[in-house]
Design a protein around this ligand. Structure first.
Ligand code: SAH
Ligand code: SF4
Length: 489
């Protein structure tokens, strides 16, 4: 019912989503719980170990950094060995059936580790368990899971954990069905030292007909600009070299705020901060990608020369059925405008193959769009029905095999294009950010402003620095490069 109201609100009904700010008292109560749990953990003979396992998108990665931050504050250290963990937290994804199956498979395997270590506690959280049918499944089929909490309970994790740790409490299931809450100030334990996730908003109001996100992440709500800018300043001060702004639809940032700030404004403000760093962002919905956004990207030298602009389908009937709010022609015009301002801009996209009722002819429109626009990279997904979404009840006469055939064909087309575009980088010199060590000793990984993955040789001391590098080779997913200046090598 809540979602019905929200959809009507999107179409002009005066009923507005009920977004609440979590109060300072509520957060203080969570901090008090963290202090209590930390005290108990400090009294144990050995420091307890936690393992946080994350599925899905960058938003989930960012939420896991908050889970780790709270766990650290509660006296936990971390391990990646599930057998030795006292506490396992699985942060799940629901966007496609495959992600759910993988998470469930791994939770199934945890029954063995728990048998070997009966005092071990298992926690499931995130998008998958925000869905009622999934909580029922866990209740019935995974009796050894101790605590399950949905996306709306993230800031209440300390309180839920303390309840779980209390003796003879039984299993806990918590997932409020609300439009959403805003909160600030949870501790964060960041996974990397070069790239930092910076969520600028949560939720989504778009209700694309195939997508579960609006149902599991609630209504769109933007963080206050001053909180985002303070966090960006802090990250840059701490030495992060890539600020990655996150939201399901970053282009609608600020619509729910009073101040008139929008995403382009935010990009400009962060771009003006001192220091050498990249600003990246994800995801841009084409219907909200305005000329103002592209103008701003072009004017801001720290903003990546890359835009991830998911088109989902090249056919107008399918786009309408998906409730995407643009046509193939509008999408092409936006890309043409972006390329007129930034001829070297990298374009990546998401596409769904086999939306219910998509015909061979309609799929051909997608292939044509891919051939015409020549994406640098394409994330190709087979349509996966999601419980409760409108598309899941549409008739679909096409078989899995037919869809797989189309999928393979599109992949082939894209692989050829990726190879050609990648090869065109060879011989160019780019300013690259060295962001990690590669698989082999002496190998480093880096990114250009076009978000190309680059491999090169060099000392680990170079990680976290910007360097000029000449591109010397390519394959369909990465480039190889040589440093121009060997300083620091
Ligand atoms: N907010 C982002 C994307 C979120 S989900 C956006 O609107 O672009 C990431 C991608 O997963 C989507 O772009 C879409 O291509 C894919 N996806 C979402 N739901 C899906 C489903 N039910 N089946 C297959 N792919 C799906
Ligand atoms: Fe899902 Fe559409 Fe929202 Fe993206 S914009 S999260 S695809 S509903």
């Amino acid at each position: 019912m809540l979602y019905f109201i929200a959809i009507k609100a999107e179409k002009g009904n005066p009923v507005l989503p009920q977004i609440r700010n979590v109060t300072e008292e509520e957060l203080a109560a969570q901090r008090a719980v963290m202090a209590r749990v930390a005290e108990e953990n400090a009294a144990r003979s050995a420091q307890p170990l936690a393992w946080v396992d994350t599925y899905g998108c960058q938003q989930n990665e960012s939420d896991s950094e908050k889970l780790r931050g709270m766990l650290r504050e509660m006296g936990y250290a971390f391990t990646e060995q599930e057998a030795e963990a006292d506490l396992i937290v699985v942060n799940t994804c629901a966007v496609r059936g495959h992600a759910e199956l993988r998470a469930l498979g791994n939770v199934g395997a945890l029954s063995h580790t728990k048998r070997a270590k009966p005092e071990q506690k298992i926690v499931l959280c995130g998008c998958m368990v925000q869905q009622e049918h999934m909580r029922e499944k866990i209740k019935n089929s995974f009796p050894y899971v101790d605590l399950v909490f949905g996306t709306n309970e993230l800031w209440r994790f300390p309180e839920l954990l303390e309840r779980m740790l209390a003796p003879h409490r039984g299993r806990i299931f918590e997932a409020r069905q609300i439009d959403g809450e805003r909160f600030e100030g949870l501790p964060v334990e960041r996974a990397g030292s070069v790239r930092a996730w910076l969520p600028i908003m949560s939720g989504c109001n778009n209700f694309c007909s195939y997508c579960v996100v609006p149902y599991v992440r609630g209504r769109e709500r933007s963080r206050r600009p001053e909180d985002i800018l303070a966090e960006a300043r802090q990250l840059i001060g701490d030495g992060y070299k890539e600020i990655f702004l996150l939201g399901q639809n970053v282009n609608s940032y600020g619509r729910d705020l009073d101040g008139g700030e929008d995403f382009a404004w935010l990009l400009k403000e962060i771009n003006a901060m001192e220091g050498e760093f990249f600003i990246r962002f994800m995801t841009s919905h084409p219907k909200d990608a305005t000329e103002r956004l592209f103008d701003t990207m072009a004017a801001c030298e720290k903003v990546e020369r890359h835009i991830h602009l998911p088109f989902q389908s090249g056919n107008d009937r399918v786009l309408r059925a998906m409730n995407r709010g643009y046509t193939g022609e509008i999408y092409r015009k936006k890309v043409a405008y972006a390329r007129s301002l930034m001829p070297d801009v990298a374009l990546t996209s998401d596409v769904i193959v086999g939306f219910p009722g998509e015909t061979d002819g309609e799929f051909e429109d997608t292939v044509r769009l891919v051939e015409d626009l020549r994406f640098d990279m394409l994330f190709t997904f087979l349509y996966s029905p999601r419980v409760g979404t409108p598309a899941a009840s549409l008739p679909d006469p096409f078989t899995k095999e037919e869809k797989q055939k189309r999928f393979d064909r599109l992949l082939q087309v894209q692989n050829r294009i990726s190879l050609e575009l990648q090869a065109a980088h060879v011989g160019n010199v780019y300013r690259i950010l060295i962001d990690g060590e590669g698989d082999r000793p002496g190998q480093l990984t880096a990114r250009s402003s076009h978000n190309r993955l680059i491999h090169l040789e060099g000392s680990p001391a170079l990680v976290g620095t910007f360097r000029d590098a000449a591109i010397t080779g390519s394959n369909s997913y990465s480039l190889s490069a040589e440093l121009r200046d060997k300083e620091g090598d």
